[in-house]
Design a protein around this ligand. Structure first.
Ligand code: SF4
Length: 196
């Protein structure tokens, strides 16, 4: 028979959390935690299914942003960062569950954000994808790289997914990828016109 001390040792943090949860008065109506999570994926999966359309849309949007380069320059890219980031975070958060890594590679990953991978892998899936295509860490979640492959097949450059991605530069987290890409493209364009 285990003594009282051994019983005490068997109480884990998980047991305490489960006990506290059962005492909560609030229960979301008709929604299991799993279904809440699945609902959260709906928009993400829609984006992958419409990767081609979003690719087209983003190209128009990037052109428009580049046209506004003189405005960003006049205001100061640094000063524009805050409001642009505010919008970018919400729009991409809704569409892709964006984690604001600041180095967006959606155009190479079939519009499936790799930062949603629990291991944050940027170059394809780990070896643990389940037989049904779900993540090994979060079994309710479709593997972001399985989805990335599906989305990539719908995009113009289907081979872009094979590009080797650099490791994430953590210093760019929570910064605007839109502004960074615009500034880089504008600088390249200016350099090219100077060289002529
Ligand atoms: S790759 Fe980075 S910037 Fe692009 S959606 Fe994912 S977290 Fe956001």
């Amino acid at each position: 028979m285990p003594g009282p001390e051994q019983h005490k040792a068997a109480i884990t943090q998980g047991t305490l959390v489960r006990k506290a949860r059962s005492l909560l008065a609030y229960k979301p109506a008709d929604v299991s935690p799993q279904r809440r999570v699945q609902r959260h994926y709906t928009m993400r999966l829609w984006s992958v299914r419409h990767a081609r359309f979003l690719e087209w849309l983003y190209a128009r949007f990037a052109d428009m942003f580049l046209t506004l380069h003189p405005v960003w320059k006049a205001v100061g890219y640094g000063r524009a960062e805050r409001p642009v980031k505010f919008v970018e975070k919400r729009v991409k958060g809704l569409m892709f569950d964006c984690r604001m890594c600041g180095q967006c590679i959606l155009s190479s990953t079939g519009m499936s954000c790799p930062m949603n991978c629990p291991k944050q892998l940027r170059n394809g899936p780990c070896g643990g994808v389940r037989a049904n295509g779900s993540c090994e860490v979060e079994p309710d979640m479709p593997c972001v790289w399985v989805k990335a492959w599906e989305g990539a097949q719908r995009m113009r450059d289907q081979n872009a997914i094979c590009n080797i991605q650099k490791p994430v530069d953590q210093s760019l987290r929570e910064t605007s990828a839109w502004l960074r890409v615009t500034a880089a493209t504008a600088a390249e364009r200016e350099k090219a016109s100077e060289a002529q």
